[in-house]
Design a protein around this ligand. Structure first.
Ligand code: SDX
Length: 429
């Protein structure tokens, strides 16, 4: 392949370098385009054909259904690693030694207390507040109590803000859920593992002497968090990177990412899937009606949990979660008709010409909510659980962007508004 691309504009030919990644992905570097063409830019709504950065964190191949974190396959990591190991791998680039993992966890535990005034902010929210809005606000509020986490130019300062948020975020997640449930806000137990500690903060009941850990829930949550941990330049990660590119600080960047994830086209889909499956159940399991709605261009309804910007094959995470859903519900002895409706819908869609032609397959959000529900997590908390899993990925991408000293993100536009016109003073009455 040539190492140059040629573009002809207004009869002039311009060459641009072709860059090739380690997985043989090819990009045309157009950073000189505007200068050499006297102002011509590219335009690509939704950035479907545009790369925002070079990154060494996550590789995915949408056609082959491949997902790897730092070169390790998602299948192996979900099977053999635990979430904190994967968080370390994503953020620092290598799997930790036992000593490194112990120090990482110990540093995180040192920061797993949240300033008491955060409870006052939490109390100010109405019970009806959506947990994603609460979590985004509390994450941004952490900056007020940890000002040293804003201007982080040194790797040491970055490390300190990273372990701070990894310590405090699970507390915010647990308290956000328990506040809505009217339950007391507990801290966890520093003798517990990272995921065990989260489960205890979320589920310990006031009348329980001690919270009894359920290995099925520990394994299920560990696996779900790993599967959600990173996904290259998706909408919320791109948001974290662009906010971070102004040097706004890690917590502010994460708060923006949480807001982007909230949308039903993105992380909010896992909640929307359960609401859709519930509606189908209420409708007597009439999946055909919802399939027809999804294909009706006059109907804004989409088959939630289906389709993906990158995967034009099965989302590898959906395969793993679907298998885990069977196992977890079986182990917990939970009979959930919703799972059968989901499987029926999947079977129908995979045979339907509309979906086949558009290569629409189940994505990570299609089955995850079924497990969260079996674990006793409320539906409006599903996207918060997605954020809990995505946290290390957002951190890794933010840190990579800062360490590579990426420029502030500032896209161009094509103006299509009014050309110059004279101001007319309105006739005074
Ligand atoms: C996540 O990017 C990531 O990596 C995200 C994520 C991550 O880990 O960070 O993987 C997590 O966000 C998963 C996606 C969760 N969202 C949903 O499940 C919502 C339902 N799916 C969609 O709305 C949609 O598929 C998107 C948003 C996921 C992708 O949309 P695109 O890439 O912009 O595709 P598109 O809207 O241009 O759709 C192409 C065609 C259109 O039809 P035509 O105009 O060609 O006739 O497919 C149709 C769409 O109408 N289509 C659907 C559909 N998804 C796409 N039709 C019905 N139901 C759907 N779900």
């Amino acid at each position: 392949m040539s190492d140059k691309a040629t573009l002809e504009v207004n009869g002039n030919k311009h060459e641009f370098p072709i860059v090739v990644g380690t997985e043989n992905e090819v990009a045309i570097d157009v950073k000189t385009l505007r200068g050499v063409t006297g102002g011509v830019i590219t335009i690509d709504a939704g950035y479907k054909n545009t790369g925002s950065c070079e990154s060494a964190i996550t590789f995915l191949d949408g056609e082959k259904g491949i997902l790897r974190y730092r070169g390790y396959s998602i299948e192996e990591l979900a099977e053999k690693a635990d979430f904190l190991e994967v968080a370390y791998l994503l953020i620092f680039g290598e799997l930790p030694t036992l000593g490194q993992l112990d120090k990482f966890h110990s540093d995180i535990k040192k920061h797993s207390v949240v300033d008491d005034d955060v409870k006052k902010i939490l109390d100010a929210f109405p019970k009806s507040a959506h947990p994603m809005g609460v979590l985004s606000s509390l994450t941004s509020a952490l900056t007020a109590f940890n000002p040293s986490s804003v201007n982080v130019d040194s790797e040491e300062d970055m490390y300190n803000s990273v372990v701070r948020i990894l310590g405090k975020f699970p507390v915010l997640v647990a308290w956000t859920m328990r506040k809505k449930q009217g339950l007391p806000l507990y801290y966890g137990d520093s003798n517990l593992g990272y995921v065990e500690n989260i489960l205890k903060m979320m589920f310990k009941q006031p009348n329980e002497e001690q919270y009894i850990q359920n290995p099925i829930l520990i394994d299920a949550l560990d696996k779900l968090l790993i599967l959600h941990a990173d996904h290259e330049q998706n909408c919320s990660t791109s948001t974290v990177r662009i906010v971070g590119s102004s040097h706004a600080g890690l917590f502010a960047s994460l708060s923006a990412g949480i807001s982007a994830l909230w949308g039903p086209l993105h992380g909010g889909a896992n909640q929307a899937v359960l609401e859709m499956l519930e509606a189908i159940k209420e409708d007597g399991g009439d999946t055909k009606k919802y399939m027809a709605k999804a294909k009706d261009k006059t109907d804004p309804f989409r088959l939630m949990g289906f389709g993906h910007r990158v995967y034009k094959n099965f989302d590898p995470r959906a395969r793993i979660i679907k298998k885990a859903a069977d196992e977890v519900l079986g182990d917990l002895g939970v009979e959930d008709p919703i799972l059968d409706i989901a499987k029926g819908l999947e079977q129908e869609a995979l045979k339907d010409d509309y979906f086949v032609k558009r290569k629409l397959y189940p994505n990570v959000d299609f089955y995850s909510g079924i497990i969260y529900r079996a674990m006793g997590i409320p539906t409006d908390m599903f996207t918060v659980m997605f954020a809990l899993g995505r946290l290390p990925g957002w951190i890794a991408q933010w840190r990579e962007m800062r360490l590579r000293k990426e420029p502030i993100g500032r896209p161009r536009q094509l103006y299509i508004g009014e050309t110059q016109r004279a101001f007319k003073t309105i006739e005074k009455r």
